[in-house]
Design a protein around this ligand. Structure first.
Ligand code: GLU
Length: 452
């Protein structure tokens, strides 16, 4: 690595020694930018990289709420407003016990380049809380969301910062958050995306991340003269992204044999067909149950509780393609080796940064087609931008119209990431391609806007 980039990595490590995930994402990003650093003297001159790694603003706040037993609980709330060069801050809210400043900064950093790649006008941000919605009653979740929004409302706005969902934040939470925002501000406005279609939401927003992921992967397959027809696929997670990934893979003739949650995974060699997927949607979205119940419902399937810390069972079945849709760092080096040994030819990331850097290198060395999350899972935020546009115009587009735009956007992202890979790195290296294409647009906008 060149001195400029290694000095910056060193600086991030020194300044915030505990922010492991943030170091990880900055290191991965700078390893790509390193390849073009001497072609970009003006970017170096204007110190764009130094400015990029520092969030424009970070808000941290206390979230007190009273549980069903009448006990006061206190959680920590965050909103990282990373970069507004291309538009209002945009990115989801994550409610999960693992949430901390490092995870928020890593997600907001990734989001900045992901949003840039969509070609739509959005800056990057992310927020959330260490609150765990799992096992909480609807009333507890509502009380928590109301308290969270009581602070957050003063920092967001349809032209300032527009949050959405992420892990632990789905349509139920967006509803409670939106209700409280409206009550505090007395304004019905597009301040959140992922709203219900009857009250300002866009059709296809729930489907967008999973469908977009498969559209992106299909474009890669097509370039490699392959198709999904008859392919066996591994999918991890069982939330929104995983569900709609399975739905679109089924529609293209693939067979998905796994799903997982934080307790374990199921393997169904017969495939998770549309009837079984409808069961998973009811189980996860309405009954809020565990994926283990799938194996009780469908006897041909086996449940494997997570035991090993160093490897994940989902990645140890014979398959052609893998779609990590659970969370960050779910594919380590051992998992990557398992994937290669089990015949996997394509890995497309539905979750944010699910594959660790060394695992990515191993997959690439073995010729596995690899789609990084900031390009491959951008369909969700892209349709969020379409929701913002519909809200501004006070209209609603049909599902078909949104789906067509989504397909066009995903093809566009694939085209710009592959073109940047070929021009600045090597053909097919979409990690470098996505980082460089996403970065150049943000960097030029920052230079145009002066030293801010
Ligand atoms: N949380 C999603 C992501 O990681 C969506 C963000 C949004 O729609 O604003 O991109």
């Amino acid at each position: 690595m060149h001195e400029i980039t290694s000095r910056l990595i060193e600086k991030v490590r020194r300044t915030d020694p505990h922010q492991i995930e943030f170091h990880q994402t900055v290191t991965e990003f700078l390893s790509s930018i390193d390849k073009i650093i001497f072609d970009l003297p003006h970017i170096v001159h204007h110190r764009v990289l130094e400015r990029l790694i520092e969030p424009e603003r970070v808000v941290m706040f206390r979230v007190p709420w009273i549980d069903d037993d009448g006990v006061l609980q206190v959680h920590r709330g965050f909103r990282v407003q990373m970069n507004s060069a291309l538009g209002p801050y945009k990115g989801g809210l994550r409610f999960h016990p693992s949430v901390n400043l490092s995870i928020m900064k890593f997600l907001a950093f990734e989001q900045t380049f992901k949003n840039s790649l969509t070609g739509l006008q959005m800056g990057g941000g992310k927020g959330g809380s260490d609150f765990d919605p799992k096992g909480k009653s609807d009333e507890e979740v509502m009380k928590f969301c109301q308290s969270f929004m009581t602070e957050l409302n003063r920092h967001i706005g349809e032209d300032t910062d527009v949050p959405a969902g992420d892990i632990g934040v789905g349509s139920r939470e967006i509803g409670f958050l939106f209700g409280q925002y409206k009550r505090l501000q007395n304004r019905f406005t597009g301040v959140l995306t992922g709203k219900g279609p009857a009250w300002g939401g866009s059709y296809m927003r729930p489907e967008a991340t999973g469908y977009g992921l498969v559209y992106f992967a299909a474009a890669m397959m097509q370039d490699a003269k392959l198709s999904f027809d008859g392919k066996v696929c591994l999918v991890s997670g069982s939330g929104n992204v995983a569900q709609y990934t399975v739905e679109k893979l089924n529609a293209l003739g693939a067979k998905v044999v796994t799903l997982s949650d934080s307790s374990g995974c199921i393997y169904d060699p017969e495939g998770i067909n549309s009837e079984k997927l409808a069961y998973v949607k009811r189980l996860k979205n309405i009954a809020r149950g565990r994926i283990a119940e799938y194996a009780e419902q469908y006897r041909g399937a086996t449940y494997y509780p997570h035991v090993e810390v160093s490897s994940n069972q989902v990645w140890n079945f014979k398959a052609d393609c893998a779609f990590p849709c659970a969370t960050q760092n779910e594919i380590g080096v051992i998992d990557a080796r398992n994937l290669v040994n089990n015949g996997v030819r394509l890995v497309a990331e539905g979750a944010n940064m699910p594959t660790m850097a060394q695992a990515v290198h191993l997959l690439q060395e073995h010729g596995v087609l690899f789609a990084p999350s900031k390009a491959a899972n951008a369909g969700g935020v892209a349709v969020s931008a379409l929701e913002m546009a519909q809200n501004s115009a006070r209209i609603q587009w049909t599902s078909e119209a949104v789906d067509l735009q989504l397909q066009k956007i995903m093809k566009g992202i694939y085209a710009s990431a592959s073109a940047a890979a070929e021009r600045y790195s090597e053909k097919g290296n979409l990690v470098d391609g996505a980082n460089i294409a996403g970065f150049l647009k943000v960097a030029h906008a920052m230079i145009d806007q002066g030293y801010v």
